[in-house]
Design a protein around this ligand. Structure first.
Ligand code: AMP
Ligand code: TRP
Length: 328
């Protein structure tokens, strides 16, 4: 494992199945950052408890999520990869940070407002961003690869670092948000004005990392575009086509504008077919790795990851206890 100056943390919720937005907005950066950083990645099961769930299904979903993260290229030998609930220091630090967080700031969080409208309010949902800040800060990391939807949460984390350091001394670095230049916000295939999401009731709105090649082709063919004919990269007037162009670009490694001009007059049918084939190839290795995985082996890797994370988190939590006046 790489051990160096710069550290990275990110997390993903074990709610439902992972989709192309997760891969393109976050996971592909997680994988890439393993080359140059000391990386900590986490299936944030405690966060997922803030909306109603079924305990038996939860247990299985958590393992599925771990498998899909590994299939996306996270190597437990190169990263510290674990389940959040198995490292109690996340919750301890969340408590400490909660004492310097304003309720007004939490009330204004977009994700809180959206989820509270859908599933009702609870204290965990309100304090969700405080636990997220604790996730990021427990390993004192410098960078956090996430999609664009996490901007507000990262800003809160940075505010908390400044407040904490000012009051108790320089304990935490101020973490940077890392979002990809293309694909930071992958949109729904059925409504290109809202983001691709695990909670959308229409399964055609998202490509799952486990979808077969035929499912990928069908979903791209039925993707909502517009009534014109020209392929162009213009988010305001052509969000559906622009979304597909970004996905095409990520899957092929070619520039968005270059693809737009090549397919300008190809017609939407041919354009979509090319996008679908590129995505089939892009997702194939992820699906293949996933299918070859053994549940017992993954559980064992997760237990090892948690043990390592606990060792490290304990050391950094000690510096927090000392700073706040509670050292041993
Ligand atoms: P979640 O599925 O909400 O736990 O998100 C896990 C990661 O995927 C976070 O870094 C999100 O920002 C990212 N993500 C989720 N949905 C999208 C999307 N539609 N486009 C880009 N990134 C996303
Ligand atoms: N809130 C993030 C999401 O919904 C998940 C998350 C929890 C996270 N803790 C984190 C992401 C820490 C990055 C760092 O996607």
């Amino acid at each position: 494992m790489y051990v160096g100056e710069k550290k990275v943390f990110s997390g993903i919720q074990p709610t439902g199945e992972l989709h192309l937005g997760n891969l393109v907005g976050a996971l592909r950066n997680w994988a890439q950052m393993q080359d140059d950083y000391e990386t900590y990645y986490c299936v944030v099961d405690l966060h997922a408890m803030t909306i109603p769930y079924d305990p038996a299904a939860f247990q299985a979903a958590r393992l599925e999520t771990a498998k899909l993260v590994i299939a996306s290229g996270i190597e437990p030998k190169r990263s510290v990869f674990y389940f959040q609930s198995q490292v109690p220091q996340h919750s301890e630090l969340a408590w400490v940070l909660s004492t310097i967080t304003g309720i007004g700031q939490l009330n204004r969080m977009t994700q809180f407002k959206e989820k509270a409208d859908r599933s009702g309010q609870n204290l965990g949902l309100l304090s969700y961003p405080v636990l997220m800040a604790a996730d990021i800060l427990i390993h004192k990391v410098h960078a956090v690869p996430v999609g664009e939807d996490q901007r507000q949460h990262l800003e809160l984390t940075r505010d908390l670092v400044e407040r904490f350091n000012h009051r108790f001394g320089e304990v935490f670095p101020v973490p940077e948000r890392i979002t990809p230049a293309v694909g930071a916000r992958v949109m729904s295939l059925q409504d290109p004005t809202s983001k691709m999401s695990k909670s959308d009731s229409d399964v055609r709105s998202r490509l799952l990392l486990t979808d077969s090649s035929d499912q990928i082709r069908r979903k791209i063919r039925s993707a909502v575009t517009d009534s014109e004919r020209t392929v162009a990269y213009e988010w305001k007037t052509k969000p559906g086509i622009s979304n597909l162009l970004e996905l095409f670009s990520v899957a092929t490694g070619r520039g968005v504008e270059e693809l737009a001009s090549e397919y300008r007059d190809a017609g939407y049918g041919r354009f979509k077919m090319a996008v679908a084939e590129a995505l089939v190839e892009y997702l194939r290795p992820v699906r293949q790795r996933y299918q070859g995985m053994d549940n017992a082996e993954v559980s064992r890797l997760m237990a090892e990851g948690a043990a390592e994370a606990r060792r490290r988190a304990e050391v950094s939590m000690a510096t927090v206890w000392e700073a706040v006046g509670l050292s041993a």
